[in-house]
Design a protein around this ligand. Structure first.
Ligand code: ADP
Ligand code: MG
Length: 738
């Protein structure tokens, strides 16, 4: 009898096992049984041929209409041409030099046909498809074997491994399966109305009814959600069971002194979030909190207050920023906000004050070393930096708080790397400007508590966004530059964003600092767009001179991109911040966090090259002052295209949560979970974090009930085994990435 971890060889034989492993990485019984059907074809119900898309690998159920053999003029051999139909549309099957198939594929026969959909002379066809015909005769129902069931599973397949071969292997495997224990306790199954595990496996592969298949799928999807949530719930318990120093602010300390000179009052939302943070900091257990809020919602000031509280208690705080530009900006911003409070221990500095340090990769070795020793001695209370902070040579005197800005650029490992520099577990605050739908947050950041800033501070101005079609209405683009000149004349500043640095340089995308997922998405988007063939993308290095002599003639214009030296970048940013530059032609290096309130307009060239969330983040750079913001999304995309719809969606709302949801819906699951997908999350087969919201919520409830009565899982032996497996894999993937 076979268990889930039995090798497939013993069941399907050497040859097939090899193909399963090579083609689909299926090696064990469990692997194969978790290779779920994508859908089912109902015997007797023909597949809608009209809906087949060119280039897709398909398995369809259809009926043979005719078959004929044609000679190829001037060549040896013949072509068998079979027309199959669903009763409406037709599909042509072609076979070269296999005349014998004519006898097989007689008119009226029904079967499964698998292959890649091609178009030849305007007609859909499969060339050299694999097929399996239904046994003939009246009594088909009693025919034993491949078509015994009414529902034929259609599996994700490859050319060498068509769907029904997989079905055959699954059938053999199910027959050999021993009675596996169910790791979801019976009481929960009854409560949720789910079938038992083994029943579910049978029903999902060989359904007795559509309802049974559906319920089986739900149960198996729930399993994934449950294990994930249980894993995270246990991690949550584990992280919080550690003890650490309390880091409450002093009554008459640095935070108090800072408060008296804050330039504005905290919003109600900021106050609430601050309360949550202060509660955490005052406890004996480390804080693990995600602070999410739309661009401009005022996360930074909340984080700064947390850092000051930690300094008050005698500790140090570190802020990890994703880019050098952003690290520098935080550094200068903090110094400005703190004034003499940032000159503690220095002549003329405030007695209550501390010192702020900056540590980035581009600093000279000597500067780095002196900064490192100031951090190690504790002279520096707050340090802002990039990845350089993670380097082994960085040591802290007493690191009490780690703040990670714009989390989506950092994986869990980096969070952990910085955490490991503290002598006692530090408090951790993760900030993200990409508002994350609840269930995604539960899956990616399930081990963090979540605080959310929902409103923007008063005084922020609304942003209006328009789509400008550069192809169909070129005069509108002209007008856009005119509008930019007007803004500048009124003393405001303008961003012009382009998707790449220079012409014909694909590697630019990488230099923007995109993550691998964003990069893949960007590539995918540019591949999908027809216009990419005929119209080259705008680049900063081309636009800059063009605008200087054309659309933006006569204004002070500069360019910024990731390939400039960091001093240059910093100099340009500073001049722009001071208002010495009117128009900044830039890549997405300005995406995150950049704050120049006088900038009122942004023109994004080839906007269709950016993801929805990215566009939203970009435009968050304008409308930060008292003037309303204007954002123009310039595109060559077709009026009817998906890209255009995406842009219209971005133009139609400024609700970051709604856009984030839209963005995620358009991505594949792997992209949704991004860097968080490795380890434990790589097990998700059926679960879709957006679609399966209800299931995830339910699973979280069950996980919490289980862990609240029995955090050691001593009464849930099977669950314990599964969770241990996940933990081992998580550990392995963590080690791999170090
Ligand atoms: P983000 O959440 O995108 O990091 P920031 O922290 O950069 O947002 O804040 C955006 C702008 O709003 C900054 O200029 C900041 O000084 C300002 N700001 C933050 N909180 C308030 C507030 N309570 N009242 C007025 N302005 C605020
Ligand atoms: Mg920010």
């Amino acid at each position: 009898m076979a268990a889930l971890d039995s090798r497939l060889v013993s069941i399907v034989g050497d040859k097939t096992a090899k193909v399963l492993a090579e083609q689909l990485e299926l090696e064990t019984v469990g692997d194969l049984l978790r290779h779920y059907p994508r859908r089912y074809v109902v015997r007797g119900e023909l597949t809608d041929i009209q809906s087949l898309v060119e280039g897709e690998e398909v398995t369809i159920f259809a009926k043979v209409e005719s078959t004929k053999v044609r000679r190829i003029p001037g060549r040896k051999g013949a072509i068998v041409e079979t027309v199959v139909t669903d009763g409406r549309a037709k599909l042509i099957l072609t076979f070269f030099n296999q005349a014998w198939r004519e006898k097989d594929l007689r008119e009226g026969r029904q079967g499964l046909f698998a292959g890649k959909v091609g178009i030849f002379k305007g007609k859909r066809q499969l060339s050299h498809p694999d097929y399996l015909l239904i046994p003939e005769g009246d009594d088909v129902d009693s025919a034993i074997g491949d078509f015994a069931g009414k529902f034929l599973p259609v599996y994700p397949a490859t050319a060498k491994l068509p769907s029904w071969k997989i079905a055959q292997c699954v059938r053999l495997t199910l027959a050999a399966l021993e009675n596996l224990p169910d790791y979801v306790p019976k009481e929960f199954l009854d409560e949720l109305g789910y079938p038992e595990f083994v029943t579910a496996l049978h029903e999902v592969h060989e359904p007795t009814s559509a309802e049974a298949a559906d319920l089986a799928k739900q149960r198996l999807t729930f399993d994934e959600a449950l294990l994930m949530q249980l894993f995270l719930a246990l991690r949550r318990i584990e992280l919080r069971s550690a003890t650490t120093k309390q880091r409450a602010p002093r009554e008459d300390g640095l935070l108090k002194a800072f408060d008296s000179r804050m330039p504005f009052e905290l919003t109600a939302g900021q106050k609430q979030v601050w309360q949550e943070i202060v509660m955490d900091l005052s406890g004996n257990h480390p804080m693990y909190r995600l602070l999410q809020g739309d661009v401009g919602s005022g996360k930074t000031i909340v984080a700064l207050r947390a850092m000051l509280a930690v300094v008050d208690s005698g500790g140090q705080a570190a802020l990890l920023a994703p880019t050098e530009v952003l690290a520098q900006q935080h550094f200068h911003n903090f110094r400005r906000l703190l004034g003499d409070l940032a000159e503690g221990g220095m002549l003329g500095g405030n007695m209550l004050g501390t010192q702020i340090g900056l540590l980035t990769g581009s600093m000279s070795q000597a500067d780095k070393r002196s900064m490192q020793s100031a951090i190690a001695s504790g002279e520096i209370g707050i340090v802002v930096g990039t990845h350089a902070l993670l380097s082994e040579s960085v040591e802290f005197s007493d690191l009490g708080l780690v703040v990670v800005d714009e989390q989506h650029r950092f994986g869990v490992e980096q969070r952990d790397a910085l955490r490991s520099k503290a002598k006692q577990p530090p408090h951790v605050l993760v900030m993200t400007a990409t508002p994350i739908p609840r269930t995604v947050a539960m899956t990616i950041f399930g081990d963090l508590d979540v605080s959310t800033l929902r409103e923007l501070p008063l005084g922020r101005s609304p942003i209006t966004t328009h789509v400008v079609s550069a192809i169909s209405k070129p005069q509108h683009l002209q007008r856009a530059w005119g509008r930019a000149l007007e803004e500048i004349k009124q003393g405001h500043q303008v961003y012009v964003v382009a998707p790449r640095i220079s012409a014909n340089d694909d590697s630019d995308l990488q230099r923007f600092g995109l993550t691998a997922d964003e990069l893949a998405l960007a590539r995918k988007l540019s591949d999908d767009t027809e216009s990419s063939v005929s119209l080259p993308m705008n680049s900063v290095e081309e636009l800059y001179p063009q605008l200087q002599d054309g659309g933006l003639k006569g204004v002070r214009i500069a360019m910024l991109h990731g390939r400039l030296k960091s001093e240059e970048k910093e100099a340009v940013m500073n001049r722009f911040a001071k208002g010495e530059i009117d128009a900044l032609v830039t890549t997405t290096v300005i995406e995150v966090g950049v704050d120049v309130p006088n900038a009122s307009m942004m023109i994004i060239m080839d906007a269709d090259r950016f993801g929805v969330s990215q566009l939203h983040q970009l435009r968050g750079r304008v409308g930060r002052g008292t003037t309303p913001g204007l954002c123009l999304l310039v595109t060559n995309a077709d009026e009817q295209s998906d890209a255009m719809q995406r842009l219209q969606a971005v133009a139609s709302t400024t609700d970051g949560f709604e856009l984030s949801r839209l963005d995620l819906e358009q991505r594949r699951e792997g992209d949704v979970l991004g860097a968080a997908q490795s380890g434990a999350r790589s097990h998700l087969r059926l679960l879709r974090v957006i679609r399966d919201e209800d299931l995830i919520v339910k699973a979280r409830e069950v996980a919490e009930r289980i862990t609240s009565v029995d955090p050691a899982l001593s009464k849930f032996a099977q669950l314990q085994i599964e969770i241990d497996k996940l933990r081992q894999e998580e550990r392995a993937s963590y080690l791999e990435k170090r």
